[in-house]
Design a protein around this ligand. Sequence first.
Ligand SMILES: [Zn+2]
Length: 243
Amino acid sequence: MFLGHYAVGLASKKFAPRTSLGALIAAPILLDLLWPIFLLMGLESVSVEASGNPFLRLHFDSYPLSHGLVAVIGWATLFASIYFGLARYLTGAIVIWIGVISHWLLDYIVHRPDLPLSVSSNRLLGLGLWNYRWPAIAVELLLLILGVWSYVRETRAKDKIGSYGFAAFIGLLLVAYAGAAFGPPPSSVKKLAVVTLFTWLLIPCAWWFDNHREPREPRLTDSASAGQALHADPLAIPRAPVL
Ligand SMILES: [Zn+2]
């Protein structure tokens, strides 16, 4: 799963409007941010094999630290705790926790049975949607469309960075996905890991253009409480993004 994880981040904005999209996207892609690091450290392993279906070219031999369900719950809790410690925004922390967990659930739909439960468990899970190339692509695109639709419904651009930056980000995701879905297989595991590391750069990009967007319309409850807060403290700035 690739686009679907980003879709979760985009859709999360509705539920945690004060959290930066950078953090909201980092959560659902966190496992795939960690995975190349563990690969390069030799803690996890993958092999590239020939297949007519590009989604079946990677054989995930072992990745319990990044993709084992028990570890995933740990990563989710760690990330949500750090976020809460910095931002003090509980809703954002909960949405981030769910976002990290969602990665495993979406991977479970597409992966062949290769997802571990824990480091010690031999049980491997996966429904294998990747066996069906076009339905897998359709699901990814549909999720991205839903994510973009939700994000655009919740936010609007304040300036050109907010609109063109966002459009460029989505374009970049589509190009990267097309590369995986239609391009040649990676020539080596090391190259695959290094290329995957570049996804880290998408986090500051998302943070950047999200900073140049604002909530489309204040929610009723938010505006009511913001109004009260303004009344109490004229210097209060309601609805400022936290982190
Ligand atoms: Zn993954």
